[in-house]
Ligand binder design. Structure first.
Ligand SMILES: [Fe+2]
Ligand SMILES: [Fe+2]
Length: 187
């Protein structure tokens, strides 16, 4: 069990000021979404504070941690380790430190999403996408959707993320495609 004060101490010792501020904004956004859509706001807040706990490791450190925790590293992950694996690595490390399993799951999925996400997982995914410090095209649409429908907002976020990756010529991990396919199942 890791509480809010402990989560703050963990990121204070690990992350730059800029990323701690991002994490605070994600925590507030995730707690608001959780209140709106029926997840536990305290859990969402801790998930927000800790979601980028391993974001400032190097690629080599991220791969070493992934190996240590037995995480699967596919070809796409191997090309951009810290960008794609910082969530799963943080989840594994924080699970070991006693973080609740539902929060661990949210942190594990916050970058790519995945199939069958819980409400808490969707709240963190969306909060990281929408926090007030972000600005890019399509974001206003997602923010508007997030006022009424968690699933519609997550669907739009998954589509925009995928388009962005493909537009840049990056690979797409199976979890991101699974989220896109699940949220666009009627199309
Ligand atoms: Fe992240
Ligand atoms: Fe983040």
């Amino acid at each position: 069990m890791i509480d809010r004060a402990q989560a703050e101490r963990l990121i204070d010792g690990r992350l730059s000021v800029k990323r701690r501020e991002h994490s605070q904004r994600v925590a507030a956004e995730a707690a608001g979404l959780a209140r709106r859509f029926g997840a536990a706001p305290e859990a969402a807040e801790i998930a927000g504070l800790l979601h980028d706990y391993c974001r400032e490791l190097t690629d080599a450190e991220t791969l070493a941690a992934a190996a240590r925790y037995g995480l699967e590293v596919g070809p796409v992950e191997a090309r951009r380790p810290k960008k794609i694996l910082h969530g799963p690595v943080a989840a594994a490390e924080l699970a070991e430190a006693g973080l609740d399993a539902d929060i661990v799951g949210a942190i594990a999925h916050h970058t790519t999403g995945g199939q069958g996400m819980t409400v808490l997982e969707k709240c963190l995914y969306l909060a990281d996408f929408c926090e007030p410090g972000r600005e890019f095209s399509g974001l206003d649409e997602v923010r508007a959707l997030a006022r009424a429908s968690l699933d519609a907002a997550v669907a739009a976020a998954a589509r925009i993320s995928l388009l962005e990756l493909i537009g840049r010529g990056h690979g797409v991990v199976p979890d991101a495609l699974a989220l896109y396919n699940e949220t666009h199942a009627g199309n």
